[in-house]
Design a protein around this ligand. Sequence first.
Ligand code: AMP
Length: 138
Amino acid sequence: MKESGVARENYVVIVGCGRLGAHLAELVSGRGSSVVVVDTNPDAFLALPSEFSGFTVEGDASEMGVLLQAKAGRADLFVAVTGSDNLNLMAAQIAGRLLGAKRALARVDEPSRVDAFVDIGIEVISPTTIMAGLFLTA
Ligand code: AMP
């Protein structure tokens, strides 16, 4: 896998421990960053590998108290990758703009919404758009 900016960050907060979040946590933790993963569902943390050396916070990332518990404001990188575009955008905005995370990224699955969010200064990654591009060029 290509080296990413994520790998070089010291303190990374990941919201959503689904397939993407858990895999990202495994990669980032394996490359030496301190990682905190947030999820409402404690069972989701079972997807983390046994060698995962970070921390977990059980809670709803739309709640400020949960983001504070995860020390989102101290994050070099905050990544919101739940299945909800709205939640991801809200959490990334709160972490980046209100709490002071150095960088905040949101997963946005709905391609038609990407430009609008980029226009208001939110960094987004759209798995749908990336996948479509890969299929087109495969
Ligand atoms: P998926 O949609 O399968 O990629 O996974 C999304 C993950 O985000 C699941 O493990 C959900 O439990 C988690 N999730 C959904 N809503 C929230 C929330 N409000 N706060 C934290 N985690 C959430």
